[in-house]
Design a protein around this ligand. Structure first.
Ligand SMILES: NC(=O)c1ccc[n+]([C@@H]2O[C@H](COP(=O)([O-])OP(=O)(O)OC[C@H]3O[C@@H](n4cnc5c(N)ncnc54)[C@H](O)[C@@H]3O)[C@@H](O)[C@H]2O)c1
Length: 684
């Protein structure tokens, strides 16, 4: 048995491994808020020590107390394995079933240096999107996976493996819940407290479900968003050449923006305060140039506009300064957005203007109230500057990062009924939301992703070749192109544009060198597309044209997976945007229709307490069982959301629901009756 196998199979080691030095070359999570009182701190340490033999308690109790003091959390750094963590080819993992080995492949990808934002704190993206809370949980989960058979299911509560339970071949191998709270205990500070106690975690969308595939996962969606935002503002026959897209963030997801801007053909300026993050994205060639001086930035943008260059620039500094500078220097911004991590505003997601990066980190940990004031002041400034630009004609959209939500909480001037918007020539249109105060700006889901993609069933379908072989990925790309081209011929006119965009994306995928970490691909597709592509992969595995199993999955940010009133379900206007039945039904339904693992999370994307989001992973191994599972589960996974969006009277979804019923006689969706507005007007 090789050392890698031995290390995985032993789980928590029998002897204490040597202390690990804190590696300053790695991007670490910011120090978390010191929120526990002394009794709670003792409880946090008592909780952490549960994982270890009592003989280690005298040493570890002191060490964990120190970690809690220094970092605000107990990560158990000493237990971080010595082997390099990355997505190994599936046959290199120890184990009794391929499904479990495929899950190990996915977990290790989510924690690899190439992919994870703070790998030593087990954070994949979004500042606090955790795979596990500590290294003991990682070691135990890997051990359980290496032991399990396909007659068992591993139960994971917020990173903690509760154990292996008897089940059956068609049951999920792993069921994950992350951050499931009693609703009244789901505020930001509840996360701080219960995460510090070691009893819950924030799994983001795809970190805690092992489905993150690096920034590629989001490039496709971002490209679709930028392209369609461009189409919305374009005069006849115009494209995005020479137009400016201003935004922020080069992190886990936001890092996709410059690449997407390049693919869409515009000039992208993306502000980022963290120098390590800028350097990573630049070295990965995800952004073309780096500029750290505002005057230089203005000159460079002017030149690029003049020459209609396709260009992406990282501005090393605060986004607020760029909005203000471009306003004072009269640089016209065509498209504007923001991708700071405002789902996590007080713990490193948003850096306030006016103070430098180091100072902000210091303030965050030591003077959290003052830090909060600075963040809110900065958000008000940012909104004021954006308002000046939109008055000149900029199209600004919220990127689902809770920018408008947090700005409104900070008292920023962003409500539609404010005189700022009502007294201008280009007053934004109301989108007809009832029961909530409307923002002056739409979210990208309200204007773009919802009506153009989700309501028709198009969402971020993805797959990972567990062989880790780029040739397998190439093969899957060409299979997907063939399937989509065939499907496009019979597609109705309502989805022709989406089909063309997706074919163009997959045709360019190899050339755009999108892979970071595992051999993965994202491709927006509807229910029919997903099923046909998956079926073709399964056949190719059976015929050994693809050398190892494929993992199917998706982002939770999809048609059905997520209930999030300010994002995925922001284009639902029947009041049900504040319910979470769809996400819960989705995971329950996936789990008995053949998913290999399912997960349900609190807070992914927009913050703790603001959303419920769920997802799945499914292993295709070329068998007839896999073929049955994929047809049953993928059909439900999309059409659950279609039926709900249809019930909310969304036109595209009503169209898609009727189409789905024509294809599947066993499907009977409840279709809403539409009321004549005049009838209601007369009532009140
Ligand atoms: N890309 C998408 O399609 C998409 C979709 C929905 C939501 N989101 C949201 O976008 C946000 C960003 O996600 P992420 O994974 O990139 O998070 P991240 O934390 O990895 O990256 C955010 C980056 O913003 C930088 N930043 C913070 N404040 C700044 C400021 N004032 N000026 C300049 N830079 C600043 C941070 O240093 C960080 O690197 C999240 O809230 C996420 O939920 C993205």
């Amino acid at each position: 048995m090789n050392k890698f196998h031995q290390d995985i199979i032993q789980g928590i080691p029998n002897e204490l491994p040597p202390i690990k030095e804190f590696d300053t070359k790695i991007n670490h999570a910011p120090k978390r808020k010191d929120i526990l009182d002394s009794d709670e701190k003792k409880l946090a340490i008592r909780n952490a020590l549960r994982y270890f033999d009592v003989k280690f308690h005298p040493v570890l109790s002191k060490e964990f107390a120190q970690e809690l003091k220094d970092y605000g959390r107990i990560y158990m750094y000493r237990f971080r394995p010595d082997y390099e963590i990355y997505a190994h080819p599936i046959h290199e993992y120890p184990g009794k079933c391929d499904q479990a080995k495929a899950i190990m492949h996915m977990i290790q990808n989510n924690l690899s240096y190439a992919v994870a934002q703070h790998p030593h704190e087990l954070i994949t993206y979004g500042g606090n999107g955790a795979v596990f809370q500590n290294w003991a949980q990682y070691l135990m989960v890997m051990k359980f996976l290496s032991e399990m058979t396909d007659e068992q299911t591993l139960v994971v509560y917020s990173g903690h493996p509760m154990g292996l339970f008897p089940s059956h071949k068609n049951a999920p191998r792993v069921v994950v819940t992350n951050g499931m709270m009693i609703p009244n205990y789901s505020k930001q500070d509840d996360w701080e407290k219960y995460n510090a106690l070691g009893v819950t975690q924030y799994g983001q969308m795809t970190a805690g479900s092992y489905m993150y595939i690096g920034p590629q996962g989001i490039v496709h969606g971002t490209t679709i968003t930028v392209l369609n935002a461009g189409r919305m503002i374009a005069k006849q026959g115009e494209d995005l050449a020479g137009k400016l897209f201003l935004t922020s963030g080069l992190g886990g997801m936001s890092g996709a923006q410059p690449k997407a801007g390049n693919i869409a053909g515009c000039i992208t300026v993306c502000a980022e305060v963290n120098p390590k993050v800028v350097q990573t994205r630049h070295s990965q060639k995800w952004v073309d140039e780096v500029i750290d001086d505002l005057d230089d930035l203005v000159s460079r943008v002017q030149l690029a506009k003049k020459n209609k260059e396709v260009l992406s620039v990282a501005y090393l500094g605060n986004i607020v300064d760029v909005w203000e500078k471009f306003d004072s220097d009269d640089i016209f911004v065509d498209l504007g957005s923001d991708q700071t991590s405002l789902h996590n505003p007080w713990a490193g997601g948003y850096y306030p203007a006016g103070i430098d990066f180091e100072e902000a980190n210091e303030l965050m940990a030591n003077k959290p109230d003052l830090f909060k004031d600075k963040v809110q002041e900065s958000l008000r400034r940012q909104a004021d500057a954006i308002n000046k630009h939109t008055e000149k004609g900029t199209y600004f959209f919220d990127y689902g990062n809770a920018f408008l939500l947090e700005a409104s909480r900070a008292g920023a001037d962003i409500y539609l009924d404010s005189p700022t918007f009502q007294n201008r020539k280009n007053t934004p249109k109301s989108r007809g939301a009832v029961g909530v105060k409307e923002f002056a700006y739409a979210s990208y889901v309200e204007d773009i992703m919802g009506p153009m993609c989700f309501d028709y069933g198009f969402g971020p379908f993805r797959w990972v070749c567990t062989s880790a072989d780029p040739n397998d990925l190439k093969k899957t790309d060409s299979i997907a192109i063939q399937v989509l081209e065939e499907l496009k011929k019979e597609s109705p006119k309502e989805i022709q544009q989406q089909m063309s965009d997706n074919i163009q994306w997959i045709q360019g995928a190899q050339e755009n060198k999108l892979v970071v970490g595992s051999q993965a691909r994202i491709l927006y597709a509807d229910a029919v597309g997903r099923i046909k592509i998956a079926e073709a992969f399964n056949q190719a595995i059976k015929k050994k044209e693809i050398s190892a199993p494929i993992v199917l999955g998706r982002d939770h940010h999809d048609v059905s997976g997520t209930d999030s009133p300010y994002r995925e379900t922001s284009n639902i206007y029947d009041g049900s945007q504040f319910t979470s039945d769809m996400a819960i039904q989705n995971v329950i339904g996936d789990s008995f229709r053949g998913a290999t693992w399912v997960s349900i999370h609190n807070g992914g994307g927009v913050g703790w307490g603001e959303v419920i989001n769920g997802g799945f992973g499914m292993v295709l191994d070329g068998t007839e069982e896999a073929s049955k599972r994929l047809r049953s589960m993928l059909f439900w996974d999309v059409n659950n959301g279609i039926s709900r969006r249809n019930w909310a009277r969304n036109k595209g979804a009503m169209f898609t629901a009727k189409r789905a019923m024509e294809m599947e006689p066993n499907l009977k969706i409840t279709i809403p009756n539409i009321v004549d507005n005049d009838l209601l007007e007369k009532l009140f």
